[in-house]
Design a binder for this molecule. Sequence first.
Ligand code: CO
Length: 181
Amino acid sequence: MTDPKNFDVVLFPDPVLRRETEEITAFDDELKSVVEGMFERMFESQGVGLAAPQVGLSMRLFVLNDEGDRDKPERNLALINPTIKSFGGRKTSHEEGCLSLPGVHADITRPEKCVVRHFDVDGNEIEKEYDGFVARIIQHEYDHLQGVLLVDRMTPTDKLRNRPAVDELKAAYRQHIADRS
Ligand code: CO
C-alpha cells in the first residue's frame, strides 16, 4: 500500500476503480492513517468526497466533507463498510463531478434522502438518515465501492457532451501504461 501521506487520485479508466471492494475488519491505527490520508488528499484536490478505490485501495470506505473545507472538521464523515438500507424523498437532479474524471460533469438524478448503516473509524456501528447534498455525496461515493462511475449514470446527451474529456482520459491512461512498461 502507498504511504497514506502520499495518496494520489487514481484516474479513469484505471481498472482499480472497477475492482470489487472488501469489508474492513480491523479498526486499528493503520485504518486511522488511511482515513487521515484520504481526507488530506480530498482537501488538497478540492473535492467533497473520496472513496478508497480512488486512492488504489479496494476497501469499503469513503470520506466526505460537504463543504470541502478542512477548517470545518465537524463536517468530516468517514463511512466504513456502509450499506444503504433505503432511499427516500423526491428524486432530484444535480451536476456532479468526480476527482477520478477531471473535466467530466453530468446531471445525475438521485433520491434526496438515504438511510445508511455503517461504522465509524473506531468501529462503532451507526444507522442514520442523511439528506440533501450529504446524501448525494454518499450515494456518489457508495457507487465507487460498487465500481460504478459517473460515466455509467450519464444521460446519452451528457455522454456525448463529455466524450472529448473521456477520450482524453483514456488516451492519457494508455500513455501511462506504455510509459510504465
Ligand atoms: Co467520484
